[in-house]
Structure formats: structure tokens, C-alpha cells
Design a protein around this ligand. Structure first.
Ligand code: CU
Length: 161
């Protein structure tokens, strides 16, 4: 029975101690706040400020590093394969949303230039040297991708508004 009472008393003391700590913390932060806002021209004030705030700031930093921002999504890849100077499986038709980051990746068994109309992006392509045409879909509409030298359309990209 007395043991229970002792525990209860201890708990109460602990609680009282916690309250005291909380009050002290409040008073300290209040002091820091008032000294911060109060004397603007005083150069001696920031010294006390740093000593009081240094400990809580350290713990805060460790908590914030646990939640890193999500990685930005990669660009939408549109792959086109050219065989004998023509798109394998026919003209590649794809739709993207306005604002999307897009990259056209063209593998070809012939040497040519890949031209994305409208956005006017052009890259060399050759066997074993795929062309990468990165762009941000800022212009809505339908755009042809062409093997420039041959004048052969290989893809048809629709950018939704
Ligand atoms: Cu062209």
C-alpha cells in the first residue's frame, strides 16, 4: 500500500517536475522572444539568444531530415525504333499532357536527323547511336516527328491542352 503511495507521489513529483520544466522552457523562450523584439540595437542580446536556442534547434533538425521531399517524376519516355528507314510497327502515336516533361528516344538502323516539328528540336541519329530529344510539352497540339533527310514521319505526338 505504502509502495503504491510512494509511486503515486513519485508520479506526481515527476509531473510537477515536468510542469516546472515546461514553465522554465516557456519562460526561457519568452525571454528570448522579448529580448529579440525588445532591443533591436543591442549587440549583446543575440549572444544569450544563441546559447538558449542551440539545443532545441539540434533536435528539430534531426526530426526534419526524416521526411525528405519526394523525388520529382522523371520525363515521359517515348521510344521509336526505325528499321530500314521506317518506324517499326508503324507511326508511333502518343498523347502527353501540357506541361509534361517528355523525351523521345529514337533508335535507328539508318543515319538521319530526327526532327520534332512545332517544338523544332532536331538530333542526329545513326545505327548504335540513338537520338534523345528532350522537351517540355508547353505547346498544345499535334506534332509530327520526322526522319528529316528522308522526309519519313515516324511519330505523331499529341499534347493535350
Ligand atoms: Cu522536319
Amino acid at each position: 500500500m505504502s509502495a503504491v503511495l510512494a509511486t503515486l507521489r513519485r508520479v506526481r513529483n515527476d509531473r510537477r517536475f515536468a510542469v516546472l520544466v515546461a514553465m522554465l522552457a516557456l519562460a526561457a523562450s519568452g525571454f528570448v522572444f522579448s529580448s529579440c523584439g525588445g532591443d533591436d540595437g543591442d549587440s549583446a542580446a543575440p549572444a544569450t539568444e544563441t546559447t538558449t536556442t542551440s539545443e532545441p534547434t539540434a533536435t528539430e533538425t534531426t526530426t526534419t531530415t526524416e521526411t525528405p521531399p519526394p523525388p520529382p517524376p522523371g520525363p515521359t519516355e517515348i521510344r521509336i525504333v526505325v528499321v530500314d528507314g521506317a518506324p517499326k510497327g508503324g507511326i508511333v502515336r502518343e498523347k502527353v499532357e501540357k506541361g509534361d516533361r517528355v523525351v523521345l528516344i529514337v533508335r535507328s538502323d539508318v543515319t538521319d536527323h530526327v526532327h520534332l516539328h512545332g517544338y523544332d528540336v532536331m538530333r542526329d541519329v545513326a545505327p548504335g547511336k540513338p537520338a534523345r530529344l528532350p522537351f517540355r510539352a508547353t505547346i498544345p497540339g499535334r506534332f509530327e516527328v520526322e526522319l528529316e533527310d528522308r522526309g519519313v514521319p515516324i511519330a505523331d505526338i499529341t499534347v493535350n491542352a
